[in-house]
Structure formats: C-alpha cells, structure tokens
Design a protein around this ligand. Structure first.
Ligand code: GLP
Length: 261
C-alpha cells in the first residue's frame, strides 16, 4: 500500500485525476470504478476541467458504480446514478450507457447482485477503482462486519452512516434509505488498481485503522492492505492518526517521478 500525503485537497484531486487521465489516454477502453461522495467529487471536477480543455476524451471508457441506495424513486437527486450523471457523465462528455450501476430497483435483487459481478467480469474487470472511506471504515457500503470475501449484495446501513449521509438528503436522517446494494469487499479487491482518497480530520481515525490497523472485517477498508496496488491519498488532516506518517512522506519524496502512483 502506498500512502501519499498531499498539501491539500486540490493537489490530491489533481494527482488522482492525473492517474485516471494517464490510464484513459493509454487505454481508451479502460474500465473505471466510480465511488460517490465528497472524497471523490474534487477528482471528478478536476477530470471535467481536463475534458473541457480538450486534453482528454472519455468517449470509449466504461464505468461501474460502486454502490447504490435501494428504495429511492427513479431519478431521485441523491441516488448515486443521478450523482454520477451530474458529476461524471455530463461533465466528462460520456453517454449514460457507458456507466453501469447496480440494479437496485430490481424485484429480484439476489440475481441482480450476482449479475452485477458478472457484468464487471464480462467487461474484463475494473482497471482503476476510486474509493472514499466512511467514518466507520466502510468502503462502498460495506459496513463494519462485512465479510472480506463478500461479493455484490444487499447491506443494511449503520445509523452512523445514515447520519453521515443525511447531508445529501436535506439533513433528514429519516430520508436516508436503510438498505443499499454494494460491490462486496472481494469484488472491490479484484480491481487492478485501487485509489482511496480521504480529506479532513473526520476521516483520520478511519484512515489510521485502514492503513495501520489489523486486517479485519470490523474495518472493511483495512482489506486494502491485501491488495497488490492500493494507493491512499490523504490531505494532512486525514493523516493525523498515522504513526508512520513521516516515513510515508520520506518514501514519497524519494520516489522517482517516472514511477507515478
Ligand atoms: C458513502 C459511500 C462511499 C463513500 C463513503 C464516504 O456512504 N457509499 O462510497 O466513499 O461513504 O463518503 P464521503 O466521501 O462523502 O465522505
């Protein structure tokens, strides 16, 4: 796992966007895994800027959403499909058909979950998966206790996550769905490169547990320690709980520029 502590959110977002841009320019049919939330929003904004400047085309990229709420009416502005349409599909000049999402409206949710993993596999797997981290250490919507071998399935949100996400529902916790469909931890680990971004002191404990704690289902993000190419990009506030912080900074400062992230 590589830990990169950046000067600020804008610099971190730019470095992650550079990785995406580099992948897409080398491999125009790349498959991206898209998270939703404030951790990845600045990355999408940076990519949109690059697309507007003509630097980058996403015309042949495919993408898979990481997770989705269950029970929101079609077109609800807080549904992850809608968020990605606003932040990625439109700004990056993609068509909605390029982006797959868990079929959380399916009346037959079990097969719909299995089918999502099959669709990812049929696309050749995810080349680059962007991730945020929940304050309780979740990735996707894999709440603490999620099997590290889990596949796409239905999960029940913790009260803490519903409170955290109420800001996307006009501050109304009661409006945040209880159930979600999420790529499993093992599904996420199959992506060829994982980049997790975290900003702010509110994420510091979860980041420390993810990076330096034991690998445990109690902190699903700790499964990133088992991945051969996982990159954790943090602003200084999100890095405050790390014991080996100065070591990560020393390693990154000494890294040859050609290696990239
Ligand atoms: C949400 C999403 C995750 C996201 C995380 C952090 O519940 N399901 O994919 O990474 O929690 O969200 P944010 O980036 O808004 O802090």
């Amino acid at each position: 796992m590589e830990v990169v502590i950046v000067a600020d959110v804008a610099s971190g977002a730019s470095q992650v966007a550079h990785v995406v841009a580099d992948l897409v320019s080398r491999q125009p049919g790349a498959v991206l895994g898209l998270a939703t939330g404030s951790s990845v929003e600045p990355v999408y904004a940076d990519l949109a800027r690059r697309h507007r400047s003509g630097e980058l085309s996403f015309g042949t990229v495919r993408a898979f959403l990481l997770d989705e709420y269950i029970g929101l009416p079609d077109g609800h502005p807080a549904s992850y499909r809608q968020v990605i349409t606003r932040q990625v599909v439109g700004p990056l000049g993609m068509s909605p058909e390029q982006v797959m999402a868990p079929d959380s409206m399916s009346g037959d949710i079990g097969p719909a979950c299995r089918s999502y993993d099959e669709q990812i596999a049929a696309a050749g797997g995810i080349d680059l998966q962007l991730l945020g981290i929940g304050t309780d250490g979740h990735i996707g919507f894999n709440e603490p206790g999620s099997s590290l071998g889990s596949r796409t399935r239905v999960k029940t949100l913790t009260d803490r996550t519903r409170v955290d996400n109420a800001r996307f529902f006009g501050g109304q916790v009661a409006s945040v769905p209880r159930h979600v469909m999420t790529q499993g931890v093992a599904t996420i680990l199959q992506a060829r490169h994982l980049i997790l971004t975290a900003w702010g002191t509110g994420k510091a404990d979860a980041v420390a547990a993810c990076v330096e704690g034991p690998i445990t289902a109690s902190v699903p993000a700790s499964a990133l320690q088992m991945h051969p190419h996982a990159t954790v990009v943090l602003d200084p506030d999100a890095a405050t709980g790390l014991l080996r912080r100065s070591y990560y900074e020393e390693v990154f400062a000494a890294k040859p520029a050609w290696q990239g992230l």
